[in-house]
Design a protein around this ligand. Structure first.
Ligand code: PLP
Length: 403
């Protein structure tokens, strides 16, 4: 008997862990060395977790055997509240915070509680593809608004406004951005808030990289500019605190939650159904948010992340026919391949060929719902020497692809 996947998955895809990665694993199993530039997972590249966070997990392990409250343990939710009050979300309290198994679980949960079939959600292109996948999985229709490479990848507000329709329920902002590294200036955020206000949209703000900022970039939580709008702000420990494996994330509801009672009831049902997030991971949150913010040293020009971001950006820009905007945040660069120089028809094939010929693993631009085959993403977590070797080999590969 043939067993088919559900029709719900028809438009659902997540190419960061797609077929190219599967092939890379095969090559590795055969003993090949693959230089991995494909995933934003800091720990395997020697980025250690803050020690106090690990100590707190171990100390609390004896108390972490049972289920917790389905929204998460109180000390962690209090720490999240404290953090967002400092960021200007004045009215939030512990009941507005849901902890989750990473932001990933909460993205799907919060969309599932909101969307009816055919409801539209505005999502940036390029995007972190879980947003598009999540909207599709929940029966919604992802509608992509352009981010403008020539404006350091800020959202193109005209395009955004033109795409608002009768069925639009919400707008997703990823700031700092994966895959572009953009950090949105306050005036851009203010204009997005105006649009959301005018069209009664809910704001989903994915701010998981809010402490990975370069060159003194300022991060503004969009919810702090929109106290009159329902905002859901997502954050977690995977990136800022380098413990992606603990699956610790949160979402904070702010704004006129009194008008969202039914939605919140839906969220509570889904939170109850998953019983609770991983409890040891929850115990890391208070220590992380209250402890030393060691990420600040890593993002300095002399810190590993700052240095690697710079090295990758410069080396890629030095390749003929390649250009990329300088990232102000996060862990990625999203270079452009000039189509006049490199005519690429199928960028999945491009990623496969780069892997086969040079043993370099990247993710193609269309994996981020980018509409053209002229970009790819490089993760800047590799050690500087490995990054240099990898980009050198990308250059060798591109030489074979020139028109
Ligand atoms: N949001 C963005 C923009 C991401 O880049 C990622 C992971 O790469 C996530 C959410 C998921 O994070 P988590 O590990 O908290 O599930």
């Amino acid at each position: 008997m043939q067993v088919n996947q559900s029709a719900k998955l028809t438009n659902v895809c997540y190419d960061i862990r797609g077929p190219v990665l599967k092939r890379a694993k095969q090559l590795e199993a055969e003993g090949q060395r693959i230089l991995k530039l494909h995933i934003g997972n800091p720990a395997p590249f020697g980025f250690e977790a803050p020690p106090e966070l690990l100590q707190d997990i171990v100390r609390n392990l004896p108390e972490a055997h049972g289920y917790s409250d389905s929204k998460g343990i109180l000390p962690a939710r209090r720490a999240v509240v404290q953090r967002y009050r400092e960021q200007g979300l004045a009215g939030v309290d512990v009941e507005d915070v849901y902890l989750g198994n990473g932001v990933s679980e909460l993205i799907v949960m919060t969309l599932q509680a909101l969307l009816d079939n055919g409801d539209e959600v505005l999502i940036p292109t390029p995007d972190y593809p879980l947003w598009t996948a999540g909207v599709s999985l929940c029966g919604g229709t992802p509608v992509h608004y352009l981010c403008d490479e020539a404006a350091d990848w800020a959202p193109a507000l005209d395009d955004l406004e033109a795409k608002i329709g009768d069925r639009t329920r919400a707008i997703v902002i990823i700031n700092p951005n994966n895959p572009t590294g953009a950090v949105y200036p306050r005036p851009v955020l203010e204009r997005i808030v105006e649009l959301a206000r005018r069209h009664n949209l809910i704001i989903f703000a994915d701010e998981i990289y809010d402490r990975i900022l370069y060159d003194g970039a300022e991060h503004v939580s969009i919810a702090s500019l929109a106290p009159d709008l329902l905002c859901l702000t997502f954050g977690g420990l995977s990136k800022n605190y380098r413990v992606a494996g603990f699956r610790s994330g949160w979402v904070v509801l702010s704004g006129p939650t009194e008008h969202a009672e039914s939605y919140i009831e839906g969220l509570d049902i889904l939170a109850n159904m998953r019983l609770c997030p991983n409890v040891p991971g929850q115990h890391a949150i208070q220590a992380a948010l209250g402890g030393s913010q060691s990420i600040e040293d890593l993002v300095l020009p002399t810190g590993r992340l700052g240095e690697q971001r710079d090295r990758a950006w410069k080396l890629l820009n030095d390749l003929p026919g390649v250009s990329c905007a300088r990232p102000s945040g996060a862990l990625y660069v999203f270079p452009r391949l000039d189509p006049e120089v490199y005519p690429i028809e199928d960028d999945v094939r491009f990623a496969f060929d780069l892997l086969e010929q040079q043993r370099i693993l990247i993710v193609q631009g269309t994996g981020f719902n980018w509409p053209a085959t002229d970009h790819f993403r490089v993760v800047t977590l590799q050690y500087a020497d490995d990054l240099e070797e990898a980009i050198g080999r990308i250059g060798d590969f591109l030489e074979t692809r020139r028109r």
